[in-house]
Design a protein around this ligand. Structure first.
Ligand SMILES: Cc1cc2nc3c(=O)[nH]c(=O)nc-3n(C[C@H](O)[C@H](O)[C@H](O)COP(=O)(O)O)c2cc1C
Length: 169
């Protein structure tokens, strides 16, 4: 898929067929995450891939807005390494860039995906860290839920002239 078309037509998908994505597609989505820009090129991310149904159910049980996860069949928890990037703002931005790359890659591959926020909701970061045995220096930033879409979503045009400021506010 051409890149601008992918950006313009990507939507959050919250209904899935139940089929789990292939290892080949998963690897491409992960490669897209690794290709993101990062401050100082520190690449402070780690990706925890969860397909185990019991774990998907446990995550969905603690995350009010990720109830679609078990039906999607795969969640990629994007984590930041505080020892690699000690400035929290940069850590979150780097991981967010990786998440957006993965959403676009999934869409380009004909898959459905949605970004489910974790950081800075302490209840979520604590419970996900415990569930996934994350080391103390690793913070879960967000989750990419990915699978085969079971819903059609139209392109949304969010372009807004009122939010564009030329030269000065
Ligand atoms: C930081 C962040 C956290 C989000 N968390 C959730 C979430 O927990 N559950 C969910 O279904 N969507 C979540 N979303 C997706 C937004 O709801 C979605 O992007 C927005 O409604 C716009 O829709 P679109 O992605 O289809 O353009 C999140 C998006 C961002 C950027």
């Amino acid at each position: 898929m051409e890149v601008l078309n992918a950006i313009f037509t990507r939507r959050s998908i919250r209904k899935y067929t139940g089929d789990v994505i292939s290892e080949d597609d998963l690897k491409l989505v992960l490669r897209a995450g690794f290709s993101a820009p990062s401050a100082h090129n520190y690449q402070p991310w780690h990706f925890v891939v969860v397909k185990d149904n019991a774990t998907l159910e446990q995550i969905a049980a603690v995350h009010t807005y990720a109830k679609m996860l078990p039906q999607a069949g795969c969640g990629i928890i994007v984590c930041g390494d505080k020892e690699k990037q000690s400035i929290t703002g940069f850590l979150v931005e780097d991981c967010s860039a990786a998440i957006q790359n993965m959403l676009l890659a999934a869409h380009g591959l004909g898959l459905g995906a949605v970004w489910c926020g974790l950081y800075p909701v302490t209840k979520l970061t604590k419970s996900i860290s415990k569930l996934l045995d994350l080391p103390a220096n690793i913070t879960p930033i967000g989750m990419v839920v990915v699978g085969y879409s079971a819903e059609e979503k139209k392109e949304l045009d969010k372009y807004d002239e009122a939010k564009i400021h030329i030269e000065k506010w």
